[in-house]
Design a binder for this molecule. Structure first.
Ligand SMILES: [Cu+2]
Length: 785
């Protein structure tokens, strides 16, 4: 372990320097081993597969830590040496990542990147110095295991007590699905509306029209977007410490309780509200902040917030979380007596959001893939998509907005515009009260402030966090990109599988600007580091390990390079991570010898897997089968339709995605030659291009080996809740270049069209009725599998 010793020496030297530069801030590079002979605190946790009942009384297979979901709280004191044995009793491999912890690269717990996976039946020993205090958490970093239950909390006490409170209570928030997480992702990849239907967040055309939002809808369609999607998955339950409702009667009136709140969800951010006395926010992501009295607070996936609450004399206080998309809630109650209810948060209005966003000058729907992924220009991407600043200078915009506010008679003097970002309003506690004030302001300012309630200006570090001006800074722009309909997520239009490492330098500041070009929030997490989230508090900007980037907004972070090795940087929405929204950030140090048997490609390939789905139609006039298997660039499609009137069409194609909207394809088509007769089948080779057009039509241009060109156009629209209207038109021309046409004709054509309705019964079943000019009219059942 020569290399390690060298690293260690390097680390010690480094520590000294950094301590000098940063004083109270994080110390230098993490080193392996208990070199300072710290007191050891040992834990053993066991991961197992067990039947659990978490939602709707349904028993499903979960993954437990020490028999529970969430796993236990591991408590430490700063200055101890943690030794944690993780035993894998499952029949699949696993891992544990220590989220927010500063530790040696090898123990970070990302399998195949920094740490060996924990194979079935084996135990892995994690060990690291506890260099910090606060609220953190741990979770599996293997595939989608976090969704199944592999998460728990870390409570690290400071050496000396810093805050005034009597007791601790850890609250782990999470989302629960009774489906297999892999199946959830497969359903997202196939692009079904089912989850939105089930959650009641679908926006069918009848509701859009009723609200007078057809113009906005068409604007969205033009940009190939269905609507302002906030969250993509349906969850039957949201949990606090594993329960939808949980009681803590042991707290007595007057006691000050430090709530250590962790969002351990796979994909859900929450609005948190508190009943009873006004709580005080004291810490974010484990770091103390200047205390601020604050009720309604947003918590992004993987963030942690600590609040000190005083147990009321006149009842039990409710702590409530509402999923950001309004699809569900969970509550914890502290104390005894009558319920002091937490304020309700209004459900977001998706159609309203769509209207506001359509009004704003921005280009949505930036592609999640690039024709040439090797060298994308992020600045070009930023210029082309997102907030459109051209032809409108900032001064003008400010004037426009002041005009707006004069018209509305509201005082918007506190509005300000910083750099390219529009930052409206003051989000200190007085504005964050749960009194609808914010919503009013949104209305008044024409939607410009619609995301201001998500900014972090209320977080202020008690100590200066800025870096010496002499330290060199490297700027990196990362556009957050995604394709909702194919469910490919990426950075700068390049998914992890097609990306290079982001090289960063030790002893320098790396400044990353996240520019969100999607309609979703992305909680971005950097492993092994704290970064400053630049906000209005300037040199007192807070330190965090996870930062939520709201839709179409920009957030800048910076951190000092004082570690070694490769670290993961990714969106903490599990399904976005597993679809490519990740990068490896590298100090370009040599890969650890111990990682030799565990190639990084195993991790990367996980984000570029083939998912297969299909659909079977059984109707009175026809039967059809459609199977698709797809990864990021490649897709195989098999399609067969047979009409009981003896008409057949079958097709097998391979498609290659040039980027999101364009793909080349080739394959074989089989059709009956004569109408209503299976006597003669004609098989042709086909090839062409498929294009997903603005306004969301599927266009197919092809030619077969008889040189017959064909064009087809298909579209589907949800017109009522659960009811989808679909149609397809196909035109084939034959100029007789290969075939002999009927005598006296120099042109023949064939038209196929079909139109119908589909009614969603459940995730897997629909009723359908259609008319097809080959098969006639009829109806039946569709099965999705
Ligand atoms: Cu994301």
């Amino acid at each position: 372990m020569n290399g390690n010793r060298r690293l260690w020496l390097f680390g010690v030297l480094f520590s000294c320097t950094i301590t000098l530069i940063f004083g109270q801030q994080d110390r230098g590079a993490s080193v392996e081993g208990n070199v300072n002979n710290l007191p050891v605190r040992e834990y053993k946790i066991t991961i197992d597969q067990e039947k659990v009942t978490k939602a709707k009384g349904k028993e499903t297979m979960g993954m437990t830590v020490n028999g529970g979901i969430p796993g236990p709280t591991l408590e430490f004191t700063e200055g101890e040496y943690a030794v944690i044995y993780v035993e894998n009793k499952m029949d699949v491999e696993t891992s544990i990542h220590w989220h927010g912890m500063l530790l040696p690269n090898f123990y970070d717990g990302v399998p195949y990147l920094t740490t060996p996976p924990i194979k079935p039946g084996t135990t892995f020993k994690y060990e690291f110095e506890i260099k910090q205090h606060g609220t953190y958490w741990y979770h599996s970093h293997t595939m989608l295991q976090e969704q199944s239950g592999v998460y728990g909390s870390l409570l690290i006490n400071p050496k000396e007590k810093e805050l005034d409170y009597d007791k601790d209570l850890v609250l782990v928030l999470s989302d629960w699905t009774n489906e297999k997480p892999k199946d959830v992702l497969r359903f997202l990849k196939r692009g079904t509306e089912w989850y939105n239907i089930k959650k009641g967040t679908a926006t069918p055309l009848n509701q859009v029209i009723k609200r007078g939002a057809l113009g906005a809808q068409i604007n969205f369609w033009r940009q190939r977007m269905e609507g302002a999607d906030i969250a993509d998955i349906y969850y039957p339950a949201f949990l606090i410490n594993g329960e939808e409702k949980i009681e803590y009667p042991e707290f007595k009136p007057g006691e000050k309780v430090r709530l250590r709140i962790i969002d351990g969800s796979a994909s859900t951010s929450f609005w948190m509200t508190f009943g009873g006395n006004m709580p005080t926010l004291v810490s974010a992501d484990g770091k103390n902040v200047v205390p601020v009295k604050k009720n309604k607070t947003f918590i992004g996936v993987a963030e942690t917030y600590d609040f000190i609450v005083t147990i009321p004399d006149d009842g039990k206080m409710e702590f409530k979380i509402m999923a950001q998309d309004g699809s569900g809630t969970a509550s914890a109650f502290l104390g005894t007596g009558r319920i002091l209810a937490a304020p309700e948060v209004a459900r977001p209005d998706k159609i309203g959001m769509m209207q506001k966003m359509a009004k704003m000058k921005m280009r949505m729907g930036a592609p999640a893939m690039q024709f040439n992924p090797s060298n994308p220009d992020p600045y070009e991407l930023k210029e082309k998509w997102g907030m459109q600043m051209d032809g409108m200078d900032h001064a003008n915009m400010k004037m426009d907005m002041e005009k707006d506010s004069v018209m509305s008679g509201m005082d918007h003097s506190k509005m300000e515009i910083k750099k390219d970002t529009m930052k409206m309003g003051d989000s200190s506690e007085k504005n964050m009260e749960v009194n609808g004030m914010k919503d009013m302001e949104e209305e008044e300012s024409g939607g410009m402030s619609m995301f201001s309630e998500y900014n972090y200006d209320y977080l202020k570090s008690p100590i200066k966090t800025d870096y010496d001006k002499d330290i060199p800074v490297t700027d990196i722009l990362l556009n957050l990109t995604g394709n909702m309909s194919r469910y490919v997520w990426s950075l700068n239009g390049v998914p992890l599988a097609e990306s290079d490492k982001i090289k960063i330098k030790g002893d320098e500041v790396t400044r990353i600007t996240f520019n969100n070009l999607t309609m979703m929030h992305h909680p971005m997490h950097l492993h092994g580091h704290f970064f400053r989230v630049i906000n209005e508090n300037g040199e007192y900007s807070p330190l965090k390990h996870t930062v939520n980037v709201p839709p179409m907004q920009e957030v800048t972070i910076e951190f000092y390079g004082n570690e070694y090795g490769d670290w993961f940087l990714h969106c903490h929405i599990l399904y976005h991570l597993d679809s490519g929204m990740a990068r490896v950030v590298s100090y370009d140090t040599k890969r650890d010898e111990r990682m030799k048997p565990y190639p990084l490609s195993n991790l990367v390939q996980e984000t570029n897997k083939f998912y297969t789905w299909g659909r079977l139609d059984a109707a009175s006039h026809m039967t059809g089968l459609n199977v698709v298997s797809s990864n990021i660039r490649n897709q195989f499609t098999a399609l067969a339709e047979y009409g009981w009137n003896e008409n057949l069409e079958a097709e097998f194609t391979y498609e290659y995605y040039l980027y999101d909207w364009v793909r080349f394809f080739g394959g074989v088509n089989v059709e009956n030659e004569m109408e209503n007769s299976m006597d003669q089948l004609s098989t042709t080779a086909i090839g062409g291009i498929r294009y997903f057009t603005p306004y969301m039509f599927a266009l197919d241009l092809r030619v077969d080996n008889k040189l017959r060109p064909q064009i087809s156009l298909a579209r589907e629209i949800m017109i009522f809740p659960r009811l989808i209207l679909f149609g397809e038109y196909e035109f084939q021309a034959d100029f007789g270049w290969v075939n002999d046409l009927e005598l006296g004709k120099d042109f023949e054509d064939e038209q196929v069209w079909t139109a119908g309705l589909e009614y969603f019964l459940s995730k897997n079943f629909s009723l359908m009725g259609s008319y097809d000019n080959r098969f006639g009219a009829g109806g039946g059942l569709s099965i999705r599998f």
